[in-house]
Ligand binder design. Structure first.
Ligand SMILES: *Cc1c(COP(=O)(O)O)cnc(C)c1O
Length: 371
C-alpha cells in the first residue's frame, strides 16, 4: 500500500457532489469573474475570520503584493522602506516585499516553533521599518504579545501571511484578523484549497480595502477609470463557488488534521527525530491547524529512503532557504545559521483530513522502526 504525501482527490471527495453542483450553477449563471459567488464568498469568509472585509484575488502571492502596494498608495509606506519577515518562510512572503520595492529584513525563527523569533525583532527595527510580516508557518499561530507590543510601540503595521493557517486561532481571534491586513492562499493543497489558484485579503481597514479592491482589478476606481496602475488579479466565480462549499467543512477538516497530528505526537518514538512543538501547551489547542507536520532529523536522507521503501511519500518544506536562492542575489550575504540548520533537517510527513487511522499507524510504525 502506498501512502502519498497528500491525496487531493480524497481530500475533495466528501465535497464532490456539492462542488459539481456549484460549478453547474456558475456555468448556468453566465457570469464568471467578480460576480455574486465571489461577493457571497467574501461575505462568508469575512464572517468566518471575523473581519469587516475580504477581497478575493488570484493567488496568495498577489494578496501579499496588493496589501503592500495598497499601503504604498496610501502613503503608509514608501519605496525602500523595510518590512521585517521570518528568514525561513516560503519564498512568496519575501518576493512580495521585493516586488513592492520594499526591503525585506530577514529575522531568524525560533528553532522550537519555526515561527519568527519574537526576541530578535526589536534589534532589527530602524527608522525605515514600516511593518512586521508574520508568517503562521506550517499552520501554527506566530503572533504573541511581544510582537503586538512592538507594532504599537514603533507604529508598525502587522501584516499576516496566513497562507498556511486558515481557521487557526490566536487567543479568541482567528488568524487573519490580528493586524492591519492578512493574505490567504487557496492553492489546492492548502487547508482551504480551491481547484486552481485563488487567494484573498482580509482587513478591518476600510480605506485599505478600497485600494486593494481597485488594485486587484487594474486599478479601476470605476470601470475604465484608472485611479492606480494596478494588477489583473481577480477571483473567479468558479473558484469562489467551490470555496463556499469547502469553507463549511474547514473547521471539521482542521479537526481531522489535529487528530492525525496528535496521533503522530503521541505515538512516534525515535530518538533521532525532533517532533514539532506547540507554542501553547494544550494538545487540543486551536492555535495550530497542521497544514504540515514537520519533523527534524540529522539523518534526513536515511529517513526519506526508509519511508519511501515502505511506500510512504515525504516532502521537504523547504530545501533551500530564501537567502540562498539563485534569483535572490540581494540576500546572499546574510548569515542565518538557525534558518540554514532548519532547511537542512526538516522533513514533512503525510497529513490531511483524508488520512485513515490505518495510514497514520503505518507511518508511526515505520518511523519507530528506523534505526
Ligand atoms: C502558499 C503560500 C503563499 C503563496 O500562495 P500562492 O497562492 O501559491 O501564491 C504565500 N505564503 C506562504 C507561507 C505560503 O505557504
Amino acid at each position: 500500500m502506498k501512502i502519498p504525501f497528500l491525496d487531493l482527490k480524497s481530500v475533495n471527495e466528501p465535497y464532490e457532489d456539492e462542488i459539481k453542483s456549484a460549478i453547474e450553477r456558475v456555468v448556468d449563471s453566465g457570469w464568471y469573474l467578480l460576480g455574486s459567488e465571489v461577493e457571497d464568498f467574501e461575505k462568508e469568509y469575512s464572517n468566518f475570520i471575523g473581519v469587516d472585509n475580504t477581497i478575493g484575488v488570484a493567488s496568495g502571492l498577489d494578496a501579499l503584493r496588493i496589501i503592500l502596494r495598497a499601503y504604498i498608495e496610501l502613503g503608509v509606506m514608501n519605496e525602500g522602506d523595510e518590512v521585517i519577515v521570518p528568514a525561513n518562510t516560503f519564498i512568496a512572503s519575501i518576493l512580495a516585499i521585493l516586488d513592492a520595492r520594499l526591503k525585506p529584513v530577514l529575522v531568524e525563527p525560533d528553532i522550537k516553533t519555526y515561527n519568527i523569533d519574537p526576541d530578535l525583532i526589536e534589534e532589527k527595527i530602524t527608522s525605515k521599518t514600516k511593518a512586521i510580516m508574520i508568517v503562521h508557518l506550517y499552520g501554527q499561530n506566530a503572533c504573541n504579545e511581544k510582537i503586538a507590543g512592538l507594532c504599537r510601540k514603533f507604529n508598525l503595521k502587522l501584516i499576516e501571511d496566513a497562507a498556511q493557517a486558515h481557521g487557526a486561532y490566536y487567543q479568541e481571534k482567528r488568524i487573519g484578523s490580528l493586524g492591519g491586513a492578512a493574505a490567504f492562499s487557496f492553492y489546492p493543497g492548502k487547508n482551504l484549497g480551491a481547484l486552481g489558484d485563488a487567494g484573498a485579503i482580509c482587513t478591518n481597514d476600510d480605506q485599505l480595502e478600497e485600494v486593494c479592491r481597485a488594485l486587484g482589478n487594474y486599478g479601476f476606481e470605476k470601470k475604465y477609470h484608472n485611479r492606480y496602475q494596478g494588477y489583473n488579479s481577480r477571483l473567479d466565480d468558479m473558484q469562489a463557488a467551490i470555496l463556499r462549499v469547502k469553507l463549511k467543512g474547514l473547521d471539521g477538516d482542521n479537526q481531522k488534521r489535529r487528530e492525525v497530528a496528535h496521533s503522530y505526537l503521541q505515538n512516534i518514538q525515535n530518538d533521532q527525530i525532533i517532533l514539532p512543538k506547540l507554542s501553547t501547551s494544550a494538545l487540543t489547542s486551536k492555535n495550530h491547524v497542521w497544514h504540515l507536520f514537520v519533523i527534524r532529523t540529522e539523518k534526513r536522507t536515511s529517513f526519506i529512503n526508509h519511508l519511501k521503501k515502505a511506500g510512504i511519500q515525504t516532502l521537504i518544506h523547504y530545501p533551500i532557504p530564501p537567502h540562498k536562492q539563485k534569483g535572490y542575489a540581494e540576500l546572499h550575504n546574510l548569515s542565518l545559521p538557525v534558518t540554514e540548520k532548519i532547511h537542512e533537517e526538516v522533513l514533512s510527513l503525510p497529513i490531511s483530513p483524508a488520512m485513515t487511522q490505518y495510514e497514520v499507524e503505518k507511518v508511526v510504525q515505520v518511523i519507530n522502526e528506523i534505526q
